[in-house]
Design a protein around this ligand. Structure first.
Ligand SMILES: Cc1cc2nc3c(=O)[nH]c(=O)nc-3n(C[C@H](O)[C@H](O)[C@H](O)COP(=O)(O)OP(=O)(O)OC[C@H]3O[C@@H](n4cnc5c(N)ncnc54)[C@H](O)[C@@H]3O)c2cc1C
Length: 448
């Protein structure tokens, strides 16, 4: 049901609209001045974001001595396609971001020496902070708690952005549907896309199903510049199941702590700590060789008493599926996981459209190159959303609301619109990389 002619008087206004309540959206909101009216909308419950699902941790510059190695690890994982300035900015900002998180009450694991660091694939040393194996939940829930205390931040759940309001390549707000399928025009001086990746478009993905790259499709339809559209990460190890639905990730930190991969004959076939794309390719090869739908991940060589305390969430979930990690190998298979590409931004999260910003997985400043290094995405989301907030703060005083005449008829059929948006994204991937498309995005790999 469409609200009849939303006119100037009826339109809602905010200084900043942030679309998405994952780590990137929340951190952006918290870094904006508290005298700005911030309207956050999200397609589902506020806590249902991929940020909440993050298991392994958040990477950080452990000490200045680690700078070169961390930079090289990020570049090597990204096949040297990364934007060096973005990598430098991310790494150098990481200690400040970790301090911010601790100040918001985030509780990272500690040992006798202070913060406890763990290791994941393609990191040359242990430089990852974590909270058990639910680091994303710990970080994002603390940010969400803080946002809820701020009088200037309004969060509306089940409000889905379907378009932006645009005039002369300037973004003036968003169009969104609420839970009752009522259409809203929300005007703003700045709009931030914090809508995450595109995993919901894939049949097999670790992502929430409602995270379907809507901002990305909207960007395509408005001619906003994109970057690295074909850089889509397939995670090597999700728990194999015949069931439909979101795939359960077996974090790389499990391999970082010593788990090994075995083929049908019980033999190791790859260095488990290689970058994700290398491990994924090796697993695929074994699956083809033995005509199986999975390989095995084994923790049998690890200290049995350490497995459950270190990975309580993974341990519990595997047990529910009938596997005791201490004694049994588990079947694992690759699945879509992360979108390195996205809406092109500069280091301040600005897109090619005036007053429009893209942060977190929705944006792309080239920091990950062709393949993201493990535990760099929470960090990247926080570093560049804070920079985006600072850039908005600097400029917002010069911007005024401008109301435009809207034709709302084209949003009548939400299902059709979603179908069209999916096609736009898939066509874009196909155009940029036919080989990747054929391998991972063909009809049988897409959501119905
Ligand atoms: C299982 C899993 C494990 C991971 N583990 C790690 C890890 O250990 N370390 C690490 O660094 N990274 C990890 N990641 C990646 C990381 O969690 C995310 O990439 C990152 O947090 C992205 O954050 P974000 O805020 O950009 O997007 P998200 O957290 O995905 O949030 C997107 C938000 O946008 C909203 N949204 C989407 N479309 C619309 C729309 N049309 N209208 C309104 N709202 C919309 C969603 O509802 C959601 O609130 C993991 C990811 C997954 C899936």
């Amino acid at each position: 049901m469409k609200e009849d002619a939303i006119v100037r008087e009826k339109a809602e206004v905010a200084d900043v609209v942030i679309v998405g309540t994952g780590a990137a959206g929340l951190f952006c909101a918290l870094n904006l001045p508290q005298n700005l009216k911030i309207y956050m909308i999200t397609k589902d419950e506020a806590q249902n974001s991929n940020s909440f699902l993050a298991q392994g941790g958040i990477a950080t510059l452990k000490s200045q001595d680690d700078y070169e190695a961390y930079f090289e690890d990020t570049m090597r994982a990204g096949h040297y396609k990364n934007n060096k300035a973005s990598v430098e900015t991310m790494i150098k900002s990481s200690p400040e971001i970790i301090d911010d998180l601790i100040n918001y009450g985030v509780d990272f694991a500690r040992d006798e020496e202070g913060l406890a660091y763990t290791r994941e694939g393609a990191h040359s040393i242990s430089r990852i902070l974590h909270h058990d194996d639910i680091t994303g939940r710990e970080i994002t829930s603390k940010l969400l708690e803080e946002a809820k205390t701020r009088a200037n931040i309004q969060i509306t759940e089940f409000m889905t952005m379907v378009d932006i309001i645009v005039e002369h390549n300037t973004c003036k707000g968003v169009i969104a549907y609420d839970k009752q399928k009522k259409l809203h025009a929300i005007y703003a001086k700045a709009v931030v896309f914090a809508t995450g990746g595109i995993g919901g478009l894939f049949k097999f993905s670790t992502n929430f199903k409602h995270i379907t790259g809507d901002a990305f499709a909207i960007a395509i339809s408005h001619g906003i510049e994109l970057q690295d559209v074909n850089y889509i990460q397939i995670h090597p190890t999700v728990l194999y199941t015949k069931d439909e639905g979101r795939r359960f990730l077996i974090s790389e930190s499990v391999r970082g702590e010593g788990a090994i991969l075995l083929n049908e004959e019980g033999n190791r076939f790859v260095d488990e700590l290689q970058p994700r794309d290398v491990v994924t390719a090796a697993i695929k090869k074994q699956m083809q060789k033995y005509n199986t739908e999975y390989v095995y991940l084994s923790m049998r060589n690890m200290d049995k008493n350490a497995i459950q305390p270190r990975f309580p969430n993974i341990y519990k979930r595997c047990l529910e599926e009938g596997y005791d990690l201490r004694y049994q190998d588990i079947p694992v298979t690759p699945a879509q996981h992360y979108f390195m590409g996205g809406i092109k931004t500069d280091l301040d999260a600005k897109t090619s459209m005036e007053n429009l910003f893209a942060v977190g997985e929705a944006g792309c400043n080239g920091v990950h190159g062709a393949n993201r290094l493990a535990s760099n995405s929470l960090l990247e989301s926080l570093v560049f959303s804070k920079r985006g907030a600072n850039a908005i703060e600097k400029n917002i005083g010069k911007i005024d609301y401008e109301f435009v005449t809207l034709n709302l008829d084209k949003y009548n059929n939400l299902k059709e619109l979603q179908k069209k948006y999916k096609q736009l994204i898939m066509e874009e991937i196909k155009k940029r990389d036919r080989e990747f498309y054929d391998k991972w995005c063909s009809d049988e790999n897409q959501c119905g």
